[in-house]
Ligand binder design. Structure first.
Ligand SMILES: [Zn+2]
Length: 122
């Protein structure tokens, strides 16, 4: 899941397509992802919960918030479903969740190491 965030951040479209579950691929996907990658500056990722469980599990759920800068700062808050096949995790789909405002004393999402209130929270 982090690796997919990194791929969005770096514009690695091949990796994003390769980690979609085969049932979730569609014509025009490459162009759609390319547009999204080109239009978005990602600022940071916060993983809230991982419900993957045991090594033997073949399904995982990850709740995360990914922060972006434009056109104005915002976030994607999602609970994503993954399945594992042949030792690899694939993204299936996710539920969009309402935005979460960080607490003022939380570490800032941008990775500065400062508290939110002293960084992007003002
Ligand atoms: Zn910050």
């Amino acid at each position: 899941m982090r690796s997919r965030y990194t791929a969005y951040h770096q514009g690695d479209i091949d990796y994003l397509i390769a980690t979609y579950h085969p049932t979730q691929r569609y014509g025009g996907q490459r162009a759609a992802i390319g547009q999204s990658v080109a239009a978005t500056t990602w600022l940071g990722l916060r993983v809230l919960a991982i419900e993957a469980g045991q090594v033997a599990d073949s399904k995982g759920v990850v709740e995360f918030i990914a922060y972006y800068a434009d056109p104005r700062p915002g976030q994607v808050h999602e609970r994503s479903r993954f399945v594992r096949q042949k030792q690899r995790w694939f993204y299936v789909d996710g539920d969009a969740l309402p935005p979460v405002e960080p607490k003022r004393s939380d570490p800032c999402w941008c990775g500065s190491g400062k508290k939110y209130k002293a960084c992007h929270g003002c």
